[in-house]
Design a protein around this ligand. Sequence first.
Ligand code: NAG
Ligand code: NAG
Ligand code: NAG
Ligand code: ZN
Length: 469
Amino acid sequence: MWVNGAPGALLLVTPLTRSLFSHDCLANNYYGSFGNDAKSVFIPPEACFDAVATGSFFESGSLTLASRPVEQLVWVERAALDASLIDGADDEFASFLGRLEAEADTVAKRQQEPLGVPSEAGYELLYRSQTAALISVSTTTAWTVDTLLPRFWKSTLLPTSPVDFIEVPEDAVKHVKSVLSTLSFSADVAAIVDSISIPQMINDIRYLTGEDGSGIESRHSFAEGSRVAADWLKARFEETGATCELQPFRIGFTPNVVCAYPSAVESNSTVIFSSHYDSRGSFGSLRAPGGDDDGSGTIAILALARTIARKGVKFHSNVQLVAFGGEEQGLLGSKAYARTLREANTNITLMVQADMLGYHAPGEPAQLGLPARIGTPEVAQLIANVSALYSPELRVGYTAACCSDHQSFHEQGFPATQVFERAGPIVDPMYHNSGDLSDREGYDFEQIKSIAKVQLASLLHTAGYEISK
Ligand SMILES: *[C@@H]1O[C@H](CO)[C@@H](O)[C@H](O)[C@H]1NC(C)=O
Ligand SMILES: *[C@@H]1O[C@H](CO)[C@@H](O)[C@H](O)[C@H]1NC(C)=O
Ligand SMILES: *[C@@H]1O[C@H](CO)[C@@H](O)[C@H](O)[C@H]1NC(C)=O
Ligand SMILES: [Zn+2]
């Protein structure tokens, strides 16, 4: 529970810089960094109030004194959107606050009736920028925030005690750089990655979205279709020779699907390529097909698995292909898994998350976007250089779209990045919409294949491999 749970908790929200951690008042009271701009949240104890209030050790930030006990903090953030999708965003936020107030009051009433314990009604808005906000609510209300948010907004629960600020160790970065510096075109790698099958990807996405009559209506974290999808993914990955586990991380959420290929040689390193298979639909609708977000990333890692099996690839490193759950509720599945790997001191040499690979505006060329802020720059550079070698048809650039499951790994000090469909913000009109199907204008399987080629080539070059057929 909160050390600073009493009214009067002081919250500092400030851009993340390493120098912040040289002062104990902040270093020991860090609650994580959030959103497109990686805003860091600190909750210093009372003894630090004067020092923090004078602002002598941070340059720009927002300080707020909470007027009620802080039970659970929730960061909410609007996705980085193309101007064509931004319309009435402020009205949307105001109506969200209205819904939140009503929900919090209902929750408080429901809890007080049987237990007779006072529970905090309403909410407190502790920080607000144009595209983000930090809100204090009761623990129970916190779980409903996701369902009350406007379509383009996402929520993340803050931890209830301080966390360590962990940087990616120099050795891990050095290893990525050494892969990058010895990178050169291999005809063998090209032959493997070129064989990725688009017709197979079409079949796979049509199953996951329900477009083929599979019966999957929704892959929302709590939906039955999400359970069906998890079992189906496990079976498909296992057909390719992987050993898979469904790993639950929180009650009510469908599990992470974690699939492993053992190394063919003695190795203590692990390379991870991932996606998230949960999805979100339109407000109030049960349908959440997630054809682009993130069915596209999921069929791409499945395409890696199918190609590994077809070509008889054996790796010289441990390799995992992972489809995370609970991404849309604040990277919950990947946070749990990354924490487990950190605790086990796993030697992860590369982690690459694929989230939204399928869409670009009609008329735009095929693209590959890399995160401008969140992740390890050297890993993004490696992906960019691999793309130039094996998918020169892709226009590579940076994107402000952010905060997928690679962030959970980066936070634990693992070298990580994301691959995304555009060298710019989100432009998919069906983003977080019940119309996010694969059979529509702008959904480009050629682009998904091109990006999957980059993923597989990066995997082969980083892990090392042999052909056993
Ligand atoms: C990556 O590609 C860029 C652009 O072609 C090139 O200038 C750079 O030298 C490459 N990096 C490495 C380490 O090879
Ligand atoms: C892991 O393997 C590398 C050689 O690939 C070796 O240098 C390193 O010491 C090993 N680490 C551990 C913890 O065994
Ligand atoms: C992690 O794996 C890499 C690649 O095999 C190796 O170079 C490095 O020494 C390993 N690190 C540790 C701490 O074992
Ligand atoms: Zn996503």
